[in-house]
Design a protein. Structure first.
Length: 652
């Protein structure tokens, strides 16, 4: 046998490698994933069992009547829903000029949700669709809070206790049901903290922490306040062998994703202030330095005092208990970061700046962790052993030379104190929270808003121009209302919109809104004149919302709007307000004068209207319109809205 024959024979006997098919590769990946999930479920089976009990309770409390309570007390919910609608259907960041009041990641997430679920056409209202997402995000936040508590060394009971008080507090029911950017930002923030405290101490966990922190910034820029604490937590859980790479990945992901916001402004030539356009520079300067302050929390007549008072009216226990617990927890390394961040947020309330009403939303998870963490730290651990996610000693070994009986007495006192604190807290919170939770589950405070929109669409069929607020704007657009409605602030404060109303209030046919405070009417004289020359067609919620017909001189309610007034022929032309929103400033006339033939949802059909993100309702007032801290409006973008008072937590 020749040498080539030998090699041929060996080649026939050796096994040949078989190329894996895509199906085989996918099956192998699925097998590995299922094994990883099974191992994780076995390792965390007790926590999963506890979450299986707690999450249904949370889901019921937050899911029942989530659209009814709170009522439509702020335009912000409608603003974010309208901006999400603009993104989904018109490929625009905002329905009017986007002026960099907030990064647009928050309403982008709302748009993704409504796109996947057909929310705007399926839900009862646009705000309802946005609140659905808030409900889901709250459940995710609860899981993340529990996981963060466990990673910080809390025992399961106290981590579950933190979850419950975070979710069942009337403050949480009020603010976390509403479609606020703060709720989206807090969810990403908790995810970042969970990754930073990961026991794996891996480069991937650090990269995820930076990514989630960037997502939080894209939802609400004020979450950058928590960045130092997140970095310290990452440093506390570092592994010296890979810390350099962990730090680089964290900062790289964070700065890279956040930097896209600056690149976007630069690409739009809106990075720096200039004539005829909005700018990121101006928006940042206004937010940090030029925005009218809310006053001192120590001044009983200030907006800041009223905001804090409204928080305490809803729940005087959780935030105050968390702040009190945070002080001694500064001495405990594993909970030092969360306690310091809560105290930092508390300190910011005392600065002489602007205090938005949802500011407390970001305080709630840290207050819950501090309150539960102090009880966990006070309760002795048995058996005595080294434990905890941070590697610290969690047991109570006792000091050398201390008699055993004295240690036993001290341990018994600590256990008794914790038991008394837990029982007393349960009784107190049940007494105070139960009626408020009952209100949240049963009172439909949003009915007037929904009924007003439904009545208007059922009874007003002409093509008159309607001025409304952001709450109803998207619902009217989705229903096919033409010409598109106008957000009432834009009528006076946006020159592009005002230019299509050459006769001022006489070009307005209908008003659908509450009665604004006098401070707001002083800013919007055209709307004020329209209200003065209008009659009520239908009122909802004891005057909370009114549908009004504007009557120019010589006009009667039975005369169609198109034939009203001495200049009726001119009002039939497109220059007098029969237009569509497709310009940069949100309003442009439709050519031909035949009214818009654009179907709702067409990409070129228009835009929506914005807010400054922190609109508030006057305490004790009617309606859902805010008024006054007194900021001036910009002609080159969205008006900076003026507000008096705060959200009223007192129900309908």
């Amino acid at each position: 046998m020749t040498v080539p024959d030998v090699f041929d024979a060996l080649d026939e006997t050796l096994p040949r490698p078989v190329a894996s098919s895509p199906a085989a590769w996918a099956a192998d990946r699925a097998r590995l994933l299922s094994a990883w999930v099974a191992d994780g479920a076995r390792a965390h089976r007790r926590s999963l069992a506890l979450l299986a009990v707690l999450l249904p309770i949370v889901a019921v409390v937050h899911g029942v009547n989530f659209d009814g309570w709170p009522g439509r007390v702020t335009d912000d919910e409608g603003t974010y829903a309208a901006q999400a609608y603009s993104m989904q259907y018109w490929n625009r960041i905002a329905h009017y000029t986007y002026w960099y009041d907030h990064p647009f990641g928050g309403w982008l997430l709302i748009a993704i949700y409504t796109k996947l679920t057909d929310g705007f056409h399926r839900a009862a209202t646009a705000v309802t669709a946005a609140r659905e997402l808030m409900f889901l995000l709250h459940l995710v936040s609860c899981v993340l809070l529990y996981r963060l508590g466990r990673l910080l060394g809390l025992r399961r009971f106290f981590a579950g206790l933190a979850l419950l008080v975070f979710s069942l507090s009337p403050l949480a029911l009020w603010y976390q049901r509403m479609a606020f950017l703060d709720n989206i930002a807090v969810m990403w923030l908790l995810a970042a903290f969970v990754c930073a405290a990961s026991p794996r101490r891996s480069v991937a966990a650090a990269a995820l922490a930076g990514t989630f922190m960037a997502f939080s910034f894209w939802s609400k820029e004020t979450t950058l306040l928590f960045l130092p604490g997140l970095y310290v937590l990452l440093w506390q859980h570092r592994d010296s062998r890979n810390w350099r790479f962990v730090r680089r990945n964290f900062l790289g992901c964070l700065l890279g994703i956040c930097g896209i916001y600056i690149l976007y402004a630069a690409a739009k030539n809106e990075l720096f202030e200039g004539p005829g356009h909005v700018s990121l520079e101006w928006a940042v300067r206004w937010q940090l330095f030029d925005r009218a302050p809310s006053g001192s929390v120590l001044d009983t007549g200030s907006d800041t005092y009223n905001v804090v008072r409204s928080w305490l009216d809803l729940d005087p226990y959780l935030v105050l208990a968390g702040i009190a617990a945070a002080v001694p927890l500064l001495a405990l390394r594993r909970l030092r970061v969360v306690s310091a961040l809560l105290l930092l947020q508390f300190g910011f309330i005392f600065r002489n700046g602007y205090l938005p009403n949802p500011y407390v939303t970001a305080m709630l998870p840290f207050a819950a962790l501090c309150a539960a963490g102090l009880l966990d730290a006070a309760l002795p651990r048995t058996p005595l052993r080294v434990a905890g996610a941070d590697g610290e000693r969690d047991g109570d070994g006792g000091a050398r030379g201390v008699p055993g009986w004295l240690t036993a007495v001290w341990t018994g006192l600590r256990r008794g104190a914790v038991a008394v604190a837990v029982v007393g807290s349960v009784v107190t919170l049940a007494w105070d929270w139960t009626p408020k939770i009952h209100t949240a589950l049963t009172v439909d405070a949003s009915a007037p808003s929904r009924d007003a929109t439904r009545w208007f669409l059922a009874h007003i069929h002409d093509d008159g121009t309607v001025i409304t607020d952001d709450i109803a704007w998207t619902d009217l657009v989705v229903a096919g209302r033409r010409p598109l409605p106008v957000w009432f602030y834009k009528l006076d404060l946006d020159p592009e919109v005002r230019g299509h109303f050459p006769h001022g209030w006489k070009d307005v046919d209908y008003l659908m809104m509450g009665k604004p405070p006098d401070s707001v009417l002083a800013e919007v004289p055209i709307v004020a004149e329209a209200l003065h020359h209008s009659v009520v067609l239908k009122s909802f919620g004891n005057g909370e919302i009114e549908i009004r017909r504007v009557l120019p001189p010589g006009c009667r309610p039975d005369i169609p709007p198109a034939h009203c007034g001495p200049d009726a022929s001119q009002r039939l032309s497109p220059s007098a307000g029969a237009g569509d929103y497709n310009s940069d400033h949100g309003y442009a006339p439709v050519g031909g004068g035949q009214g818009p033939a654009v179907r709702v949802g067409d990409p070129g059909s228009g835009a929506a209207r914005p807010g400054d993100g922190d609109a508030q309702r006057p305490a004790g007032g009617s309606g859902r319109l805010g008024g006054g801290v007194g900021e001036s409006a910009r002609d080159s973008g969205d008006p900076l809205r003026r507000r008096d008072g705060v959200l009223s937590p007192g129900g309908p």
